[in-house]
Design a protein around this ligand. Structure first.
Ligand code: ZN
Ligand code: ZN
Length: 170
């Protein structure tokens, strides 16, 4: 038996993941963000709850932190998670944030956390109307269907659902 790989890597540079639990200081708005599951309601908090900015940390799956990119990722729109079950009555899939990396252009779909700012999410929806043609084409290739900007009420409804579900668990 060997213990060669037992050492955990701990990031200490400012703006980087700064402890083993993954808490971080947002590069975009400077807020300290705790990844504690009791606050966010999700197991993998990967974006700031105030400005919704993220970093390109993951390569293959959420939380793997294998990407070498590490550039900021900004929310560019909202989408519904595609589910394996095609027909779920009137229930749409889970509302998700679409992030794009400033450095390499990678698009990723992320769960919205219970403490994410509702107004910030709604303004992402509004701003997604201004996406350029290239970004739209990229999303189409990635098969990400953005929500229409007039779906405010639906989004609000979904967000309240996320907050309510969180309160219910306490
Ligand atoms: Zn922030
Ligand atoms: Zn990147």
């Amino acid at each position: 038996m060997t213990t060669r790989f037992a050492t955990r890597r701990i990031y200490t540079r400012p703006g980087k993941i700064n402890n083993a639990s993954g808490d971080f200081v947002c590069d975009c708005c400077g807020t300290f963000v705790s990844v504690h599951v009791a606050l966010s309601g999700v197991g993998n908090r990967n974006h700031c709850p105030y400005c919704l900015a993220s970093r390109h940390m993951d390569q293959f799956e959420p939380g793997d932190r294998l990407s070498a990119c590490k550039a900021p990722m900004h929310p560019i729109g909202l989408t519904f998670k595609r589910t394996a079950k095609k027909y779920r009555g009137h229930q749409p899939g889970e509302l998700m944030l679409v992030h794009q990396c400033e450095g390499c252009g990678k698009v990723s779909i992320n769960r919205i956390a219970a403490d994410d700012d509702i107004e910030a999410i709604l303004s992402v929806l509004e701003q997604s109307a201004d996406l350029d043609r290239d970004t739209r084409a990229l999303l189409e290739r990635e098969r990400v269907m953005l929500l229409d900007t007039d779906q405010h009420d639906l989004v609000r409804h979904c967000l309240l659902g996320i907050h309510f579900a969180d309160a219910w668990q306490e």
